[in-house]
Design a protein around this ligand. Structure first.
Ligand code: 5GP
Ligand code: SF4
Ligand code: MG
Length: 465
């Protein structure tokens, strides 16, 4: 998901709509905006579909006046059934000290236990979302301010959360102690501040990057001033390394590092770790493109666009059903036949999850007459599900959980298949000495099986770490 908030500008909701549009890659199912105006109070809109199809209509935006607004773009994570409009964030609650709205990116790993407890104590849930727990926990807190209640609530939450919240007068941002999901702070105009999942959300509205919200930090912004607090136990950060590989936009800056440059460097590492003789390096667009550029630069094998992506399709994996996902590959990608005919082709993709994409692409590229097909993958084998906000399927659907690398190569049906090593990935992400195995610098649970936060709901349901 993507979260965004603005304070101290005229018609903040318009800025939020633009910010969410820049964060659309983080969730394409639905979007929502809550705005507050001193005269007209809180107003909100929640819609299925793309931001550009909903929040560009003057008739809708006129209903969201005021200098303070937050928003959310959503994609449902593992286990969620067909979405309902009540699941769309931001969520709103009335408290004794006034209303507040929250938008959450990440996934709470103890949400089911919390929900049971809250329902037993009288909470009436409106949605199926884990994030709604935060509002109910706030309602049960005895703290005097919204911010303190949010801190109280989040101290009971486990897992990953980057939260953007608002009251009538304040914009609030929080990151979980490990800082699994991103959140950055920007400045706009004379008195305005912005919170965004990624820096590309600042760029689109001409805001200036100030800094990242730190892991475990809470910022409260009001009247052009920022207060910072540390409401949680100190922990060593474990940012999601898959944000670098796939999830974030390549023009975003994370941890002072360009996502594009990390992806290009992954390609360089891959070319060193797993060289192969071939005629062309082709990305599986768009997510494989920077790594393919790096692979080509390092190996000297020409880069070519052997596959064209239909720009009007979304990200395949965000489509929730298997059937749509299967069709998706062909609807989204097409092979440039005359280019690959008779050639030995290296295909670079960001990840192999179920293997659906790789297998379909191999078929298409062999149909086009390629002489050889070699897959190079910009992440290690995805052998474990993510419980922190990225939609990986159950373990039994993950190709790498069932097969060795050679078995995967044969199942996909290619001449060779190589994944970047975990150390190579860390080097590409700027860790010159690779992964510190005693205390890893990132979360990499979907590759290593080492979960930095115990996924307690899952364990209760029989998941074995
Ligand atoms: P597969 O077809 O192997 O299930 O999915 C791999 C493709 O989905 C890759 O091209 C990749 O861009 C995209 N993808 C990236 N991350 C994820 C993820 O977390 N889950 C899923 N299902 N697909 C992803
Ligand atoms: Fe990111 Fe993977 Fe960790 Fe999930 S398990 S937070 S996708 S590194
Ligand atoms: Mg892809």
């Amino acid at each position: 998901c993507g979260v965004f908030g603005v304070i101290g500008v005229t018609d903040a909701a318009n800025f939020v709509a633009l910010g969410l549009h820049a964060l659309q890659h983080r969730g394409q199912e639905a979007g929502g905006i809550v705005a507050h105006d001193p005269e007209k109070g809180f107003n909100s809109a929640h819609r299925f579909g793309y931001v550009r199809d909903n929040f560009t209509k003057a008739s809708l935006m006129e209903t969201l006046p005021g200098p303070l607004a937050i928003g959310h773009v959503r994609y449902s994570t593992a286990g969620k059934k067909a979405a309902v409009i009540r699941d769309i964030q931001p969520f709103f609650g009335e408290f004794s000290m006034g209303g507040a709205a929250i938008a959450h990116n990440g996934n709470l790993t103890n949400a089911e236990a919390l929900r049971r407890e809250l329902i037993e104590h009288g909470a009436i849930f409106q949605s199926g979302s884990d994030s709604e727990c935060i509002i109910h926990l706030m309602a049960r807190s005895f703290q005097k301010t919204h911010a303190d209640r949010i801190a109280d609530a989040l101290r009971r939450c486990e897992g990953a959360f980057s939260v953007v919240a608002m009251t009538r007068t304040k914009l609030i941002g929080v990151r979980d102690p490990l800082g699994v999901r991103p959140l950055v702070l920007g400045r706009i105009g004379d008195n305005g501040y912005v919170l965004s999942s990624e820096t590309c959300g600042l760029d689109i509205i001409g805001a200036h990057f100030v800094r990242e919200i730190e892991p475990g930090e809470m910022v409260v912004i009001q009247d052009g001033k920022i207060e910072s607090a540390r409401p949680f136990h100190q922990a060593s950060p474990r940012f999601c390394i898959f944000e670098h590989v796939y999830f974030s936009r390549p023009d975003s800056i994370i941890g002072g590092r360009s996502v594009y440059e990390t992806r290009r460097q992954i390609g360089v590492e891959l070319a060193r770790e797993a060289p192969v003789e071939a005629d062309l390096v082709c990305p599986v667009p768009d997510s494989g493109t920077p790594a393919a550029i790096g692979f080509s630069q390092e190996s000297g094998i020409p880069f070519a666009l052997g596959i064209t992506r239909n720009q009007y399709m979304g990200r395949t994996f965000i489509e929730p059903t298997e059937q749509i996902r299967n069709m998706g590959v062909r609807l989204k990608l097409n092979v440039n036949k005359s280019l690959v005919k008779g050639k030995r082709v290296i295909l670079v993709d960001d990840s192999v999850v179920r293997g659906t994409t790789s297998r379909k692409i191999k078929e298409m590229i062999l149909d086009a007459g390629a002489a050889e097909v070699h897959f190079r993958i910009a992440s290690p084998p995805t052998a474990w599900p993510c419980f922190y906000g990225v939609d990986t399927p159950d373990r039994n659907k993950l190709l790498a959980a069932k097969m060795t690398e050679d078995e995967m190569r044969d199942w996909i049906g290619v001449d060779s298949l190589k994944f970047i090593s975990l150390d190579g990935l860390y080097r590409a992400a700027g860790e010159a000495n690779g992964r510190n195995n005693a205390c890893p610098q990132y979360c990499d649970a979907c590759f290593s099986g080492e979960y930095p936060v115990v996924p307690s709901d899952q364990i209760e349901k029989g998941f074995e770490m």
